[in-house]
Design a protein around this ligand. Structure first.
Ligand code: NAP
Length: 529
């Protein structure tokens, strides 16, 4: 497919005239000449939002089976793009081809998972408390609850997942599954990839006879288009993955609207890893090998990258640091997603270098002349230094981590109480560590969305039980997840129908249960018969 520089607004290809941009190849540090993308502005936001508004009541009322088929069609259309998609994503992001192939599989799997969620209908939360006309002292009305989509959703694609968290990624898939039209602002770091995937979605909209405004894809330079999108009264929720600064800026805009709307922003996390004494004694070298792989995967550009390691001082920790340093010293530098992200990584590591009482114990291979390539780094410090130095807790977003020596479990507890909200916390524990881990758990539950034992946090399974969220600042709303089946809940709201005639009730609540969904009836879960 020839990639052209037009936006996709409903079924139209629209060339923006608010400036031009070319895609960028971070590995060669040069622009990709074709095509020239025309950037949009407020006029294009208006057009996409207005189409989304027109589409809303039609799209949300198409039968669930049809919505599911639509999601599956997007998956098929993405696969049909073949190698072109992978090659373009590779050129625009520097991410290795196997990684991108895996990410495409995840993207397609995610769309199919949401198709199953839609068919199953459980997400509607159908709940029935039937009328009790004889109840004393006063009768009870017939009360029925079901969830409806909030309205059109704005999605900001993530730079570090050009497929799985971008145009057809988790935010878009869960919003479309909820019945919400989507307007995506493409990430400037992979414009061509965005366009290819956008075409796959647009084609699925057309093939399935869905309303034009179900999906639009916009390009915007600077901040104006994104700001206009979040400010637009038609937009009822926002999905975002990126920097804390960007997420908070969009949150402020959304809160300042005459009608504030939720922004589900996934921002920064350093994903502490606690190494307990017995685990270190039994397998320091194995833990260190897995840690180094996790830290350097994808040049460390994961929101779940293990940026902080905490352990009680002793021979086990020494063995861990020695083995990790030896392995990291040999790791090749890797191309980062954008020159901006590379600069931010260099600044982050420089800030840590400058903290007194912090020792750099490992540095990966130099990149030589290769541009935008991150050298891995490992730092060592003590607990008090961490407590006193905010620089050590800032997300470095790359293959660098800080190891902290604590005196005892009480000091680990102090650190656990001190750290900010996180997406994940990891425990490396053996049976003899359980009592100490038990002391930490109540604190860690308050701090993180996912707690793992004896693994590493990179690699987020897309399934029903996943939580990829967490207390601020890891996200702007700790009550939801952005990965996994329940991500759909972000874009739904409950409506209670009181005494409505059966004919006027949504199918999820009709007496005959035509959707054959599980329902909560008088507080009891009832299977369809
Ligand atoms: P970003 O700068 O926050 O950008 C993310 C998206 O939001 C882009 O589409 C960007 O537009 C838009 N945007 C950012 N600030 C905005 C504002 N004030 N108003 C309107 N739109 C705005 O993130 P990034 O470029 O992907 O990466 C930069 C840093 O973010 C990294 O160094 C890293 O620290 C962090 N990051 C974290 C995660 C994570 O998962 N936690 C993921 C990726 C990045 P443009 O496309 O026009 O720039």
């Amino acid at each position: 497919m020839t990639i052209t520089g037009e936006m996709l607004i409903g079924f139209s290809a629209v060339r923006g005239n608010e400036g031009e941009q070319r895609a960028f190849n971070p590995a060669t540090n040069s622009e990709i000449m074709e095509p020239v993308f025309g950037m949009g502005g407020a006029a294009e936001v208006e057009r996409a939002a207005s189409l989304a508004q027109q589409a809303f009541d039609v799209y949300r009322n198409v039968p669930l089976t049809k919505r599911a088929v639509f999601l599956e069609a997007i998956a098929e259309n993405i696969l049909a793009l073949g190698d072109e998609l992978i090659e373009r994503a590779h050129a625009e992001t520097g991410l290795p081809v196997p990684r991108l192939q895996g990410e495409r599989a995840r993207t397609v799997g995610q769309l199919r998972l949401f198709a199953r969620v839609v068919r199953d209908g459980h997400f509607l939360g159908s709940t029935i408390d039937a009328a009790q006309p004889e109840r004393q002292p006063s009768p009870r009305a017939d009360l029925r609850l079901a969830k409806i989509p909030v309205g059109p959703v704005a999605v900001f694609g993530a730079s570090n997942f050009p497929l799985a968290f971008s145009v057809a990624g988790g935010d878009t898939a869960s919003a479309l599954a909820a019945g919400a039209p989507v307007v995506v602002k493409a990430h400037s770091a992979h414009l061509g990839t965005s366009k290819l995937v956008g075409c796959a979605i647009q084609k699925a909209v057309m093939e399935n006879g869905l309303p034009e405004g179900t999906f639009s894809l916009l390009f915007g330079a600077g901040r104006t288009l994104g700001e206009a999108l979040v400010s637009h009264p038609v937009i009822k929720a926002v999905g975002f993955t990126g920097s804390r600064q960007g997420g908070l800026a969009l949150l402020r805009i959304a809160n300042a609207r005459p009608e504030p709307v939720p922004v589900y922003a996934e921002m920064s996390s350093i994903n502490p890893v606690f190494l307990f004494p017995s685990a270190l004694e039994n397998r320091a070298e194995a833990i260190s090998a897995a840690f180094v792989d996790s830290l350097t995967m994808g040049a460390g550009q994961f929101c779940t990258n293990p940026g902080l390691v905490l352990a009680i001082d002793g021979p086990g920790l020494e063995r861990f640091v020695k083995a990790a340093a030896e392995a990291l010293n040999t790791r090749q530098a890797q191309t980062m997603l954008t020159p901006g992200i590379f600069d931010a990584y260099c600044t982050g590591t420089k800030n840590v270098d400058a903290v007194q009482g912090v020792t750099k114990v490992a540095q990966g291979q130099s990149a030589g002349e290769r541009p935008n390539s991150a050298q891995a780094a490992l730092y060592l410090t003590d607990a008090q230094r961490l407590l006193d130095s905010p620089e050590l807790e800032a997300e470095m977003f790359g293959p660098a981590s800080v190891v902290v020596r604590a005196r005892d479990v009480d000091e680990l507890l102090r650190i656990a109480e001190h750290i900010e909200g996180q997406l994940t916390v990891t425990l490396q524990i053996d049976a003899a560590d359980h009592a100490d881990a038990q002391r930490l758990l109540p604190v860690l539950e308050r701090k993180a969305g996912r707690i793992l034992a004896n693994g590493f946090p990179t690699g987020v399974e897309v399934c029903h039980a996943m939580v990829h969220g967490g207390p601020f600042p890891s996200t702007s709303n700790a009550m939801f997840t952005s990965v996994g089946a329940t991500a759909i809940d972000r874009f739904l709201r409950p409506v209670c129908y009181q005494d409505l005639p059966d004919a006027l009730l949504p199918d999820a609540l009709k007496r005959s249960n035509p959707l054959r969904v599980w329902r909560l009836v008088e507080g009891e879960v009832i299977a369809p018969v």
